[in-house]
Design a protein around this ligand. Structure first.
Ligand code: DC
Length: 223
């Protein structure tokens, strides 16, 4: 079974997707981390994020891979070209560069192929922006998570505070809105809910409540 979880930045996708995967004993794939790793790699190599040929070259030469901590069934480390970029892909400079990379059609085609390969043959939770619409349109369970912009900014600030970063909530909200607008209006695979997705506004819900609802959708499919 494939559980596709899509939604904008800060909608709670990662937290929820990992917990659903743990609860169901499924694998987990974070497709945003793949675009982030490529954006970081482009910045680190002085490649312009609007130079499609050069970014595609990087994407085909430099594989994105995931690794598990000992004893943890879910992958938590991200590598590109064998470099551990787990922390490096969560910085404001990558936040600001990633949409430019993700809008390039041939970059998306390369990612799509890798994502379908990584998601083949087994039970998996896959999170992103176009999972239910493009990557796995036949996913048995599709969920589109939303939350108000203020709530999403608050969550991002809390997440970044955990790693010691002090950020201004107004800046975070502006960055989230810029990214949403770029991701929603691009020509290829824009951020949009699939017609058959369950739409869940998580603003007033606890994480456990969201996980519970998604697990119920999945159990309903299995029954
Ligand atoms: O989920 P995230 O914030 O880590 O994703 C980072 C960026 O990657 C996001 O701004 C848009 C892009 N993305 C995408 O275009 N398609 C996906 N399936 C996942 C992410």
């Amino acid at each position: 079974m494939i559980i596709a979880i899509d939604g904008p930045a800060g909608s709670g996708k990662s937290t929820v997707a990992k917990l659903v995967a743990r609860r169901m004993g499924f694998r987990y794939l974070d497709t945003g981390a793949m675009y982030r790793a490529l954006a970081f790699h482009a910045l680190a190599n002085g490649v312009s994020t609007s130079d499609e040929d050069a970014v595609v070259r990087l994407a085909t030469q430099s594989e994105v891979t995931f690794a598990h901590e000992p004893g943890d069934p879910l992958p938590s480390r991200v590598f590109i070209a064998a470099e551990d970029v787990t922390a490096a892909i969560r910085t404001p400079s990558v936040d600001d560069a990633v949409s430019a990379v993700a809008r390039l059609p041939r970059v998306r085609a390369a990612m799509l192929e890798q994502q379908r390969h990584l998601g083949r043959d087994s039970d998996i939770v896959v999170e992103g922006r176009d999972i239910g619409t493009v990557v796995f349109p036949n996913a048995e369970v599709k969920v589109f998570l939303t939350a108000t912009p203020d709530e999403r900014a608050r969550r991002r600030v809390a997440q970044q505070a955990q790693s010691g970063a002090l950020v201004d909530i107004a800046d975070v909200r502006e960055s989230i809105e810029r990214r949403d607008s770029a991701d929603s209006t691009r020509e290829i695979a824009p951020l949009v809910a699939a017609d058959d997705a369950h739409q869940l506004d998580t603003t007033g819900l606890s994480i456990d409540e969201v996980v519970e609802r998604i697990a119920q959708f999945a159990e309903g499919e299995r029954a």
